[in-house]
Ligand binder design. Structure first.
Ligand code: PAN
Ligand code: ZN
Length: 194
């Protein structure tokens, strides 16, 4: 016969992710927005970028950061919402970055839409992976990463990265990626930018 045990109560988690939309539900979400104006110098055709409505939102990110930025051993969670569109034939994309602690890795997974994850090593050798709902992408350390939306609906991507990874945008702002994802006759084409 079993002995009576203390009953422990279960609690509702304080955060959730809406399955089909990727939206994070929590009272402590941080959101950052990037407009066409914020993407100065990102696209090859700067004249085309400057002729578009500067307030147009290209992407926004919802982040759940349960520990202070920089906490060793902690993890952050985010969802990126990248709108469809092109600038001079180049697909809308995120700024892209290395991590400030370059050895740190990250997971991306596609929630909705279609696109590509563009990856570049520190020696500037680059590659890209297709993204479609359900695809999971392991981004190793020392690898710059950027999303591009090749579809006609928002590309929605979940991400999980170390809380002390940090973001190094400066090297990409200075040197760019060595490849660009452009509209080809039969779909997206990765072309050299160096
Ligand atoms: C992502 C990115 C997000 C936006 O959460 O920060 O997709 O891209 P940019 O930061 O390049 O503008 C991530 O990779 N975090 O580490
Ligand atoms: Zn990252």
């Amino acid at each position: 016969m079993s002995t009576p045990r203390d009953q422990l109560s279960l609690s509702q988690p304080s955060v959730s992710v809406v399955p089909d939309t990727g939206h994070i539900r929590s009272d402590r979400i941080e959101t950052s927005v990037r407009t066409i104006a914020d993407l100065h110098g990102v696209f090859a055709d700067e004249a085309a970028r400057s002729s578009i409505d500067q307030d147009q939102i290209v992407y926004h990110v919802e982040r759940y950061q349960p520990v202070p930025d920089g906490t060793s051993g902690g993890l952050f969670f985010g969802t990126s919402f990248l709108q469809p569109g092109t600038v001079g034939g180049e697909y809308f994309m995120t700024k892209g970055h290395f991590h400030a602690r370059p050895e740190t890795a990250e997971y991306y997974w596609c929630v909705a839409g279609e696109g590509a994850l563009i990856l570049m090593d520190s020696d500037r050798s680059a590659r890209a992976e297709f993204m479609q709902p359900g695809s999971l992408h392991y981004i190793p350390g020392y690898t710059a990463h950027r999303l591009a939306n090749t579809g006609s609906t928002p590309l929605i991507v979940g991400a999980c990265w170390p809380a002390d990874a940090g973001h190094d945008y400066a090297s990409i702002a200075r040197d760019g990626f060595s490849v660009r994802l452009v509209q080809g006759e039969h779909g997206p084409v990765l072309v050299s930018a160096d």
